[in-house]
Design a protein around this ligand. Structure first.
Ligand code: NAP
Length: 320
């Protein structure tokens, strides 16, 4: 079968589309024919070889995908051959025609969602869910700032917060991003490239600030975030690409909390609960992943370049 293979760590150019051996599902594993694979920033970090997780070489990148079940390993229960599924955390990597997935990471894909939308669920939607509900414990009626709302996690977070009856303020850095964030249900959209946008945020909240911030770029914003929080506000650090200076007093006076999160820490029970909720949200149509770009599998390197560039617009997926 065809698969993207990285024989060394490095930049996007080390990935090549190659012919590799067919896969056979082991115990509790499911063989999925991949119809779309989600491209996440973490895939790029892992390929660089500088990330905490380092797969054995050679390897096929990709954690997220959606497709059809073609074979079941021994002991698999509750998953049917030929069913539509989405997967997160594949054993063999989703940037391929087929992938092997442990049954706990295979979820039914409702008819309301396309395969491309299914490939946007694993990392981005589960991250937004855990940040908003699991970490910040955000409640209906609270005001949430999605700081970086135009990308995979941000669009998911806006949809979820809106569906849970929160007031959502989102940020983006381009005209098309502003429009997109507004369409997902944000009450207000601000430009995180405009030096005056934080003053505008305080004006919009009548000087009170926001209850929750979901932060995609903590290395730029964390210090400022602490000054934007209402009393007992919570900021969840989802993304950060370097160090940042903060003034702890800004947190002290507000009794604010800085909550780090990583999806890798989610245990089986929490993961199952998150995906049950996501599937319900897809069926209710409150959740509708935005696909900004679909590229053929052999353009994985281009997808890696695009996903780290400014001007995010929903999700980038690869189509085998
Ligand atoms: P993405 O699709 O590339 O989106 C990136 C978002 O960050 C865009 O909305 C972008 O807006 C915004 N952004 C850029 N500069 C910003 C700034 N100065 N202030 C605020 N926002 C800014 O990436 P993603 O998949 O949504 O992931 C977002 C971040 O979370 C990444 O760093 C990723 O590695 C991380 N992440 C962490 C976890 C975890 O478990 N902790 C899980 C998933 C993702 P414009 O492009 O419109 O400027």
């Amino acid at each position: 079968m065809k698969a993207i293979l990285a024989k060394e760590f490095g930049g996007p150019e080390v990935m090549k589309l190659e012919e590799v051996e067919d896969l056979i599902p082991g115990r509790h594993q499911v063989l999925v024919r991949v119809e779309a694979a989600g491209v996440n920033p973490v895939d790029v970090y892992i390929l660089s070889g500088q990330y905490a997780r380092k797969p054995a070489l050679p390897y096929t990148p990709g954690m997220d995908g959606a497709g059809v079940v073609v074979a079941l390993g021994m002991g698999v229960k509750g998953i049917k051959k030929d069913s539509r599924v989405y997967v997160e955390s594949a054993v063999t990597g989703t940037y391929a025609r087929f992938c092997l997935v442990d049954q706990a990471h295979v979820h039914p894909l409702p008819d309301a969602a396309t395969f491309a939308q299914g490939a946007a669920l694993g990392v981005p939607y589960a991250t937004a869910h855990r940040a908003l509900f699991g970490k910040a414990k955000a409640l209906a009626g609270e005001t949430v700032l999605v700081h970086g709302a135009s990308g995979g996690v941000g669009t998911a977070a806006v949809q979820m917060a809106k569906a849970a009856k929160m007031k959502v303020i989102g940020t983006a850095g381009t005209e098309q991003g502003f429009q997109l964030v507004k369409e997902q249900g944000a009450t207000h959209v601000l430009n995180h490239k405009d030096p005056a946008y934080l003053e505008e945020l305080m004006r919009l909240t009548e000087g009170r600030g926001v209850d929750v911030i979901l932060e995609m770029a903590a290395h730029v914003n964390l210090g400022k975030d602490l000054t934007l929080l209402a009393p007992r506000g919570r900021v969840v650090v989802i993304g950060s690409r370097g160090p940042v200076e903060i003034n702890p007093r800004d947190a002290m006076g507000r009794e604010a909390a800085i909550l780090g999160m990583t999806l890798f820490n989610v245990g089986p029970k929490e993961r199952a609960a998150i995906h049950k909720d996501l599937i319900q949200g897809l069926k209710n149509k409150g959740l509708k992943p935005v696909i900004g770009k679909e590229l053929p599998l052999d353009q994985a390197a281009e997808a890696f370049r695009l996903v780290l560039q400014p001007g995010a617009f929903g999700k980038i997926v690869l189509v085998p």
